[in-house]
Ligand binder design. Structure first.
Ligand code: G3P
Length: 218
């Protein structure tokens, strides 16, 4: 499974990149606002900065919700850098636009996916990635990881090329479960990626190794 970081914070993107485990970046308008980036020109400049830090795909989300607007905005965003992927919401006009982008060889990430039916439609339209929101499904007491499992199973049966990008990942356990469920990628906040490092027995074991080593040097 590949790792994307789900943030617009440049320091966090650099930190994950420096760890050597980063395969790409996802953003959305809320994450841009959280990083203090507002206004079309600033957002555009910010995408260019992100795309220059990582070699992998960087999702840039359209704001338009009508077909012509999504196409115009998506084509503009795709031209900002070679690794930009156009992020399109799972709406009727979005599906139509994904089909258009697919025909032109422009990569897409269909976002706000909450059901297997939506996942089928996005795959049929030729989306490069779909983003099912695991945490938000859990928030309404449904089964976010179960959704990933169901999509992975039906994509395998139907041999769709669309990749499953598990999003709204809230903790390290979600990452492990998403990997087991068949997600191709997990996009996670930095603290969640770093959460994979943590185990109390690792800390206790290392402290003991260092203590024993230092006995010989006392
Ligand atoms: O990738 C989608 C993500 O940014 C949403 O996460 O935690 O707001 O549901 P969350």
């Amino acid at each position: 499974m590949r790792f994307f970081i789900d943030t617009a914070d440049l320091d966090q993107i650099k930190e994950a990149h420096d760890l050597g485990v980063l395969d790409g970046v996802t953003t959305n308008p809320s994450l841009m606002a959280k990083a203090g980036i507002t206004g079309a020109k600033n957002i555009e400049d910010h995408y260019k900065k992100i795309a220059s830090i990582v070699e992998g795909d960087v999702s840039a989300e359209v704001i338009a919700t009508d077909y012509a607007g999504i196409v115009a905005e998506g084509e503009y965003l795709a031209d900002l850098a070679p690794n930009i992927v156009v992020k399109v919401p799972m709406i009727r006009e979005g599906i139509k636009a994904i089909s258009h982008f697919s025909g032109k060889g422009i990569k897409t990430n269909c976002t706000l996916v909450f059901s297997a039916g939506q996942a089928i439609l996005a795959a049929k339209a030729g989306a490069t990635y779909i983003s099912p929101f695991v945490g938000r499904v859990d928030d309404i007491n449904w089964d976010g990881i179960g959704l990933i499992e169901e999509i992975a199973e039906l994509y395998a049966i139907q041999m769709y090329d669309t990749e499953i990008l598990a999003a709204s990942i809230r903790n390290a356990r979600h990452i492990v479960q998403a990997a087991k469920a068949g997600a191709d990628i997990a996009t996670c906040p930095l603290h969640t990626i770093l959460g994979l490092l943590k185990h109390p027995l690792t800390d206790i074991g290392l402290a003991k190794f260092l203590e024993d080593y230092n006995k010989g040097n006392a």
